[in-house]
Design a binder for this molecule. Structure first.
Ligand SMILES: [Zn+2]
Length: 145
């Protein structure tokens, strides 16, 4: 953790999640070099995965309906406390083909952001993160009914 924290401070304007996404892309690109070619359905040459964070009300009130108009499905990483405010809408979104993912119970982020310093990822251990994810699952199941 100290190593990555030091590395990220070299790029104060670059969000940590961007670096994480870049690492995932590079890892996947490397893995694809060793894999067998995958024939895309209907001759397509690529795919895009859309995901959204936090279960903001606008996502379910406006976003899912707009995506549905174009036949596009997305994954929403929802926080149980905000999901509860529009639970019927989220259930309708799942029924129409959207996916719900485990966000974690809180929104830990890099301490580079002022709003995240009290819940910074740099202070998390694997055990802490596992508990945060498991608590999200429990809370989501109790909300979902
Ligand atoms: Zn979030």
């Amino acid at each position: 953790m100290i190593h990555s924290k030091t590395r990220l401070k070299k790029y104060p304007g670059l969000p940590g999640y961007f670096l994480l996404a870049l690492l995932v892309l590079l890892k996947n690109a490397s893995a694809q070099q060793d894999s067998v070619a995958y024939p895309w359905p209907e001759g397509k040459r690529a795919a895009i995965s859309l995901s959204f964070d936090d279960a903001r009300e606008s996502q379910v009130i406006v976003g899912t309906k707009l995506l549905d108009q174009y036949g596009i499905k997305a994954t929403f990483y929802v926080v149980p406390s905000t999901m509860q405010r529009q639970l019927a809408g989220w259930k309708a979104a799942v029924a129409s083909g959207h996916e719900i993912g485990n966000h974690s119970l809180t929104h830990p982020c890099m301490e580079n952001f002022d709003w995240s310093r009290s819940n910074a990822l740099e202070n998390y251990s694997l055990k802490t993160m596992k508990k945060n994810i498991q608590d999200c699952t429990k809370k989501s199941k109790s909300c979902w009914g």
